[in-house]
Design a protein around this ligand. Structure first.
Ligand code: G4P
Ligand code: NA
Ligand code: NA
Length: 189
């Protein structure tokens, strides 16, 4: 998606060879027009898949997941993060490590909002190692729903998350693929 790549070039800040700050468009400020455009892009890619629900994780996945859900005319469910989680029989819970943050969080989705009759499209902002993504996918599997694919705004190709999901047979569609952040610059695939 060329307009997105242009925005990333203009507004992204390369912090290191591994980390690209995208606060100006994904993680702190939202560009509504661009976000709606991203939603249309995902909706078009998965238009033939009989999607019944969108799922994402709070917080940064929500705007683009909402835009996709609005375009497809289906509900959006966002997995919630909890610092501590008591066993909850009414919810699917998964523990998610974050190597970049060095912490563990629990994500949860109520059994009320996903089930075996669902065909779910998972949308997120960035995939790096994919730990959060793996947790969400486990929850989808446990619910008996079908995962039709994963749409992600930014894929960091030099980390293993997206390729691992593809190896598992999951359809992954990214709007911008970053192959490296060397020399303080964003290099797209
Ligand atoms: P993973 O989810 O792919 O495993 O990534 P990892 O554990 O490495 O990263 C944890 C958080 O950091 C995730 O946000 C992920 O989107 C974000 N992240 C990873 N690499 C980058 C990067 O280069 N730039 C930016 N801006 N973010 C990155 P999160 O914990 O889901 O938080 P939230 O943003 O949804 O609140
Ligand atoms: Na994030
Ligand atoms: Na996210």
């Amino acid at each position: 998606m060329e307009v997105l790549k242009q925005k990333i070039r203009e507004q992204g800040v390369v912090i290191s060879d591994n980390v690209l700050k995208l606060d100006a468009l994904l993680n702190h400020q939202i560009d509504p027009a661009l976000t709606m455009q991203m939603g249309r892009e995902f909706a078009a890619k998965f238009s033939e898949d009989g999607v019944t629900r969108i799922i994402t994780v709070e917080s940064s996945g929500i705007p683009v997941a909402f835009a996709t859900a609005a375009e497809m005319g289906v509900p959006l469910v966002f997995a919630r993060r909890k610092k501590t989680l008591l066993a909850d029989p009414d919810a699917y819970c998964e523990r998610v490590p974050s190597f970049t943050k060095g912490i563990v969080t629990d994500i949860m989705v109520s059994r009320e909002f996903i089930g075996p009759e669902d065909r779910i499209l998972f949308i997120d902002d960035i995939i790096a190692n994919g730990d959060a993504a793996k947790g969400v996918i486990k929850i989808i599997e446990r619910s008996g729903a079908e995962l039709v694919g994963f749409g992600v705004v930014v894929e960091k190709c030099f980390q293993s998350g997206a390729s691992t999901l593809r190896e598992q047979g999951i359809r992954v569609e990214s709007l911008a693929k970053i192959k490296s952040l060397s020399d303080g610059k964003v290099h797209f695939d």
